[in-house]
Design a protein around this ligand. Structure first.
Ligand code: SF4
Length: 806
């Protein structure tokens, strides 16, 4: 579909800079330590410096994983010598995990990207030439003898801005990069959501109205299924969960195919067959409904489609006896769990999880979990799932011109299911898109128009997308690949132009609001000046847009008749103002942050000093014991914001979404035969997951963390290993239909005989990564690209593999 918005309409709708205007700002409040001379008024929480020289501390936020814990960075003579937890932040509660402490290594990693580079070898070969920033920007605009520049691409594509793809990984500055994407005018955006929380967030979103948090501090009963918190992400809420298990206030039931560390810390572990959690939840629901354990008053008030769902669950006979052979969990355990959950409700939590999509039924699983939770009225209430509150901050969108000739997002309508709207590879296209769906369409030449280049920010699809070989093909096929990153990742090796970003300790990021029971605002303050020639993405984009804005406008002038007419009417200068790509980057991040919180008196000072702000902070914040803090008094916490009312547009829990049927999606969660788990004889189901010391591929070159776990091993059932003559640390080749990897064996009883498992993120192929290069195995080399059918997420646990001792 072409963009239909008329130019006039567009002009009315153009978002202009709402920031700061001509007001002179006092920015020193949010600009923090420069590492050389700054004395940012920092309070000293842990000033245990080791040297004799002067030191100061800067409040900042960790970026070693997504959690964004608050940290105090100690700086001695311009060197960051220690990262300590910052007790002021309700979200992180004075905790900084092993990864957080190892942030110093990310800063001082000798392999860091240090200066801009241009490709001189073959694509993917990793041969680059060091250049100045201006040369790099020039190469992006004009190309070299190895690759075309933006000018050529957009001229040949007659100003179709969507001929450039933009993709980004998660991070506080993703928004900054997205402003470039919006100003540039492409419709093709991909982020990490389809390999992360897409189906979880959407499943809960359409059912409850939002993806909720779990009040693990007050829950009395917790089902944690497929969420391996004790190993995957050790955050304060993880600690909250485990400090109360085993007779200390909460009973935790762990449902997982493997005996994980979470299983070890739970009160009960039940091994489930991979991909069958939906059958387990449907059977729990069956018990709840047939024994009338649900909260009838809540259901009466807040449910849409309850009777239809009840009829579906009962008429389909989703009994615990039905679920037993499907899931591998005994019927009597399912009865017990359903009854115990109801007995503790509303202080009971079926933990929503924070993981990627494992099976193709994941969206329906999340819907079933949300409905099961809501049946007990355990929504928006203490000890259950909570919506919490959020502090507003002022946005500062920059510029979103509509280019008449920019084509709509490159998606392909369904051709095989007549009458059903939807797309070739999934029913719904979310904001973040389907990464592997998009990639596969691109490789199969199914795109509605040519996409010829991409900007890739803080993102490593070579390691993180299933089917690495296809991702390599995609990157080779792209005529212009620009990467902005801190490390020479496998993806960077395929770049034509490499722009080095500084690490999180060398930049101020957009201020962020954190919702929940104890809402707050926090900021990542710059700790020291950027090292080498690296820059924050804000400055990188400022330089790039200064170079490309006018020349690209010349192309719009050439092809866009509306632009031509407007110039005739209003003059070129006035029209260009609407297309000036530099506009979003005119102000510093510190200025924008100041503007974002200016409605809260004193917030800027607090964010500078503590990195954290919330109303009445001075009055509320108290240290209660050695490592216990009060952020909000109990009676001021936001356990409930609507008395249990769901956040859906209807204000109801949506059991039966009839409009889904039109898209070929089940309106209610039901079990289908194709969801049954089976592995052919001689093969194994490949499971992958995370480790507490590593964040995907982003930390695998971190020497401090590799001290804790030097490489990833493959878990193999002990009996199977014996049968195959495999001993601990023997080298194993693991192969699937798409590739092979080698890594060392870990025979164990903690996994079933027909499954194998290894940690994601290892096995990099970039020779520029001293510690990560060929260290262990990359799971995505062998994970097949199975696409979840509703949102196009990557279904990570649908691949069968063979193993052999090398
Ligand atoms: S959990 Fe650890 S790595 Fe993640 S933000 Fe917190 S301290 Fe950093």
């Amino acid at each position: 579909m072409e963009v239909e918005t008329s130019r006039r309409k567009f002009l009315q709708g153009t978002i202009t800079m709402s920031v700061v205007g001509a007001t002179a700002l006092s920015t020193n409040l949010l600009s923090s330590g420069d590492g050389q001379s700054a004395k940012p008024g920092a309070i000293s929480f842990h000033n245990t410096k080791t040297g004799n020289g002067s030191s100061h501390e800067v409040a900042t936020l960790c970026e070693m994983c997504v959690n964004k814990c608050a940290a105090m960075a100690r700086v001695e003579n311009g060197v960051v010598t220690k990262l300590n937890p910052n007790p002021m932040f309700p979200k992180s509660k004075n905790m900084l995990c092993a990864r957080g402490n190892a942030g110093i290594q990310a800063l001082y990693d000798p392999d860091r990207l240090k200066y801009p580079m241009i490709r001189i070898g073959e694509k993917g070969e990793g041969k680059f030439r060091r250049v100045t920033w201006d040369e790099a920007y020039n190469a992006i605009l004009n190309g070299t003898d190895k690759f075309p520049g933006l000018k050529q691409i957009l001229d040949e594509e007659e100003d179709n801005r969507s001929s450039m793809l933009f993709c980004a990984g998660e991070g506080m500055a993703e928004h900054t990069f997205k402003q470039f994407f919006e100003a540039f005018g492409s419709a093709n955006w991909l982020n990490h959501s389809s390999i992360c929380l897409q189906t979880v967030a959407s499943g809960y979103g359409v059912t409850l109205g939002m993806y909720p948090q779990a009040d693990l501090d007050n829950a009395e009963y917790i089902i944690i299924a497929g969420a391996n918190r004790a190993e995957a992400i050790v955050t304060p809420d993880t600690m909250d969960a485990f400090k109360r298990t085993k007779g200390r206030g909460a009973k935790m039931i762990c449902i997982d195919p493997r005996f994980t560390n979470t299983a070890a810390k739970s009160d009960k572990w039940l091994a489930i067959k991979p991909g069958t959690d939906l059958a387990f939840v449907l059977a729990l629901t069956y018990v709840t409904l047939t024994e009338e354990l649900h909260n009838k008053a809540y259901v009466e008030k807040y449910f849409n489609g309850f009777e239809e769902y009840k009829n579906s669950v009962i008429s389909n006979n989703y009994t615990p006896e039905w679920a037993e052979p499907i899931t591998g969990i005994k019927a009597k355990d399912i009865y017990t769990i359903a009854r115990e959950f109801a007995a503790h409700a509303p202080k009971a939590v079926y933990y929503p999880g924070r993981r990627s999509t494992f099976a193709k039924n994941d969206f329906q699983l999340r819907r079933a979990m949300a409905i099961f939770q809501a049946l007990h009225g355990a929504i928006d209430t203490k000890g259950g799932l909570i919506f919490g509150d959020k502090l507003d901050i002022k946005g500062h969108a920059g510029l979103a011109p509509l280019y008449e000739r920019a084509r709509a997002r490159a998606i392909v309508k369904r051709t095989d299911q007549k009458g059903e709207p939807g797309y070739d590879d999934c029913a719904v296209v979310s904001g973040g898109g389907s990464w592997i769906g998009w990639r596969n369409r691109y490789l199969e030449d199914k795109m509605p128009y040519k996409v010829r280049g991409m900007f890739c920010y803080k993102h490593n699809p070579m390691m993180n997308m299933p089917n690495t070989a296809k991702t390599a093909q995609m990157l080779k096929k792209m005529e212009l690949v620009v990467t902005i990153d801190t490390m020479p990742s496998d993806t960077v090796m395929f770049a034509d132009v490499v722009l080095p970003e500084c690490t999180y300790l060398e930049r101020t990021d957009p201020v962020k609001t954190f919702g929940g029971i104890e809402p707050s605002i926090a900021v990542r303050n710059k700790v020291i000046e950027p090292m080498f020639e690296s820059k924050p993405v804000m400055e990188i984009l400022k330089g790039l847009t200064t170079k490309i804005s006018k020349p690209l406008f010349e192309i719009s002038k050439k092809y866009d008749e509306e632009v031509q007419d407007m110039i005739e009417d209003d003059g070129e200068e006035e029209v260009y103002a609407e297309f000036d790509l530099t506009l979003p980057f005119k102000h510093t991040q510190e200025e924008l942050n100041h503007h974002a919180v200016e409605m809260y008196p004193g917030a800027a000072e607090k964010l500078h000093k503590y990195g954290v702000f919330y109303p009445n902070q001075d009055e509320y914040y108290k240290q209660l014991s050695v490592n216990e803090y009060q952020y909000y008094p109990e009676n001021k916490k936001f356990y409930s914001v609507g008395g249990g009312k769901p956040k859906t547009p209807s204000g109801k829990i949506e059991c039966n979404i009839e409009s889904f049927a039109d898209m070929g999606v089940d309106p209610m969660p039901v079990w289908r035969d194709e969801y049954n788990y089976s592995v052919p004889a001689g093969k194994f189901r490949l499971l992958s997951g995370r480790h507490a010391q590593f964040t995907q591929s982003g930390t695998v070159n971190n020497a401090m963390l590799l001290d804790l776990m030097p490489e990833n091993f493959i878990w193999i059932n002990k009996r199977i290993a014996q049968e195959k003559g495999i001993k601990f640390a023997d080298m194993i080749e693991v192969s699937s239909s798409i590739g092979k990897v080698q890594l060392k064996a870990y025979p164990t009883e903690k996994i079933a005989p027909d499954q194998v498992f290894f940690i994601h993120g290892f096995g990099a192929e970039s020779e520029e990564l001293t510690w990560a290069y060929k260290n262990g195995g990359n799971d995505n080399t062998i994970i097949e690209d199975h696409i979840e059918p509703v949102y196009g997420a990557a279904a990570m646990h649908e691949t069968n593999v063979e193993i052999r001792k090398v």
